[in-house]
Design a protein around this ligand. Structure first.
Ligand code: AMP
Ligand code: ZN
Length: 114
């Protein structure tokens, strides 16, 4: 059994509120939402973070954008707007070492982020 929490969620070993699933990706609601819509999009195969992504992952990255748009449309925030965030490393506050995109929306957001 994997020690990685998001690998375990991807394998359906740890429950999550799944909002979209494809053969490569899983999207599920963040357990500590920072906006009315806060969904995490993860690759099912373990990748630690942004520095682990290479040209080999170009298709996967495009797929993340398509799934993000699908989830935003299904959540009713595609027109009002949304933010996609990847935290990479300690200064950015990455707390789970399995790369993930935060999809946030449903409220006005500030810039720059804190
Ligand atoms: P980050 O801090 O960018 O690494 O984001 C990790 C995110 O995972 C945080 O927003 C947490 O609230 C979220 N999280 C941690 N454990 C779970 C879980 N079991 N189910 C859903 N989201 C989680
Ligand atoms: Zn993992």
């Amino acid at each position: 059994m994997s020690a990685c929490l998001f690998c375990r969620i991807a394998a359906h070993e740890v429950p999550a509120q799944i909002v979209a699933e494809t053969p490569e990706l899983l999207a599920f609601t963040d357990i500590n939402p920072q906006a009315p819509t806060h969904v995490l999009i993860i690759p099912k195969r373990h990748l630690g973070g942004v520095p682990d992504l290479t040209d080999e992952h170009a298709g996967l990255l495009a797929h993340v954008m398509r799934v993000a748009t699908h989830v935003a449309q299904a959540s009713g925030i595609a027109a009002s707007g949304f933010r996609l965030v990847v935290n990479s490393g300690p200064d950015a506050g990455q707390s789970v070492a399995h790369v993930h995109w935060h999809l946030l929306g449903g409220r006005r957001m500030a810039w720059p982020p804190g």
